[in-house]
Design a protein around this ligand. Structure first.
Ligand code: PHE
Length: 448
């Protein structure tokens, strides 16, 4: 099916794969979005619903995407086409793979812009830009960044260059090596930051905020947000996990590995909360400050507390590492597709895909300044890309993947591949045929 015959890459070990997949899952969503969602939605009640969504919807779709990729040993589009053919289904199922690849490309364009913010804030923390600032000063710093296209472009370009540099080196030498380096570093930074949170004297408040549910704060809207986030945080519906699965060998137990990745992703998201909320409580900051929690609220704390330069630097490094390992996973399915469908080499495929996403990212970053007027449906380019992917493409792609796998693939072979006995598999079937698809469909329709 592919134009060119080539060696399909393989992860060098199960650990390498776990680190790469966890690196994809742990990103801005864990460090930036999860804590502010918890902050806005009233703490532990949200956390509990989120955990349920992860278990019933996130994990099954994660396993499903890996299974598709591994069986295909090919990019998401070809893998879906081949599996559909083998199952005697229309070739159009390939669209599930294509929309995943396209979604990853579109997300990468604006994800890299935020990666650039993270780089800039890492720099700001070293130069002491937060020191002695009041809320207005910190807000002005953020707004000045957004209003400066040249600065945003510089951050976006450097970040994308790093992503391209890593992905061009290939699956094991590039992605896996980066994950082996960055994920342990991220873990250490997080542990130190949580340790610092403990030293503030406000750790207990953060713990009870995260773990004592106040059910009155729960609404239909927060449930939907939790569901949507379960999807986003595991990098589902973007062809990423299919692409990563395509480099897997038969020996890896998908279910066990998925459990490990999901647990690490969740622990890191909760850890980010335990690092951030003590600072928020200790400095009397606004819990529900929304998306500005990390770039506006926290720097205020870094500027005021003792050792703020070091803590701030560690925090933004953590954010940058998390964003980087996610961004490389966004580029991979696109590169895999280009490499397998054209005569281009790995390096050339990476350049074409990465530069394309970079160019689109320029339109996204101009949305904060020169080009802030709506271009379509009352949205600017940045918001358009965000909404189009998170509200439409991701849920539909994820839904397609799980419906295809649970309804059309030969059940007995899936059961054996997942190493389940008949009883476990009937529970699995109930979840993957009904509960998860219905959950995703509900989120999809209610967001329209
Ligand atoms: N899972 C990543 C996170 O939590 C986000 C992400 C989305 C990564 C899409 C890759 C692709 O931030």
């Amino acid at each position: 099916m592919s134009i060119k015959q080539h060696q399909h890459a393989h992860w060098s070990s199960r650990l390498g794969f776990i680190l790469a997949a966890t690196g994809s899952a742990v990103g801005l969503g864990n460090i930036w979005k999860f804590p502010y969602m918890v902050g806005e939605s009233g703490g532990a009640a949200f956390v509990l619903v989120y955990l349920l969504c992860i278990a019933l919807i996130g994990l099954p779709i994660l396993v499903t995407e890996w299974l598709i990729g591994r069986r295909g040993q090919n990019n998401p589009a070809n893998a879906m086409a081949d599996l559909a053919k083998a199952a005697g289904r229309p070739r159009a199922w390939m669209l599930v793979g294509i929309s995943g690849i396209l979604g990853a490309f579109l997300i990468l364009s604006f994800y890299s812009v935020i990666g650039g913010w993270s780089l800039y804030y890492t720099l700001n923390s070293v130069t002491g830009a937060f020191s002695g600032q009041d809320a207005d000063g910190i807000g002005a710093l953020f707004n000045a960044m957004l209003g400066n296209p040249g600065l945003l472009l510089a951050g976006h370009s450097v970040f994308m260059l790093l992503v391209i540099g890593i992905v061009a080196r290939g699956v094991t030498k590039g992605i896996e090596s980066a994950a082996r380096l960055l994920m342990p570093a991220l873990g250490v930074l997080l542990v130190v930051l949580v340790g610092y949170g403990m030293s503030t004297g406000h750790f207990g408040e953060a713990v009870s905020y995260l773990f004592n549910p106040d059910w009155s704060k729960l609404s239909g809207e927060t449930v939907l947000a939790a569901l949507g986030h379960a999807f986003f945080t595991l990098s589902l519906g973007m062809g990423i996990m299919m692409a990563y699965g395509s480099y897997l060998g038969e020996e890896v137990n998908l279910l066990k590995t998925a459990r490990t990745v999901v647990i690490m992703d969740t622990v890191i998201a909760l850890g980010a909360g335990l690092a951030i909320f003590p600072l928020v409580f200790a400095n009397d900051l606004d819990l529900a400050s929304g998306p500005g929690l990390i770039f506006v609220t926290l720097p205020l704390a870094f500027g005021q507390m003792g050792g703020g330069i070091v803590v701030g630097l560690m925090f933004f490094l953590l954010l940058t590492f998390a964003a980087l390992t996610s961004a490389i996973s966004l580029l991979e399915p696109v590169v895999e597709f280009v490499e397998e469908r054209t005569p281009l080499s790995r390096v050339a495929s990476t350049l074409v895909s990465g530069v394309g996403a970079w160019a689109l990212g320029i339109a996204a970053l101009l949305s904060f300044n020169l080009w802030s007027d709506p271009v379509l449906f009352g949205l600017n380019v940045f918001d358009l890309l965000d909404k189009l992917t998170s509200k439409f493409m991701l849920p539909l792609t994820g839904l397609g993947a799980i419906v295809f796998t649970s309804w059309y693939l030969d059940k007995e072979s899936v059961r054996r591949e997942l190493g389940m006995d008949v009883y476990d598999f009937s529970l699995w079937s109930l979840i993957t045929r009904f509960i998860a698809p219905i959950g995703v469909a509900v989120v999809f329709f209610s967001s329209l």
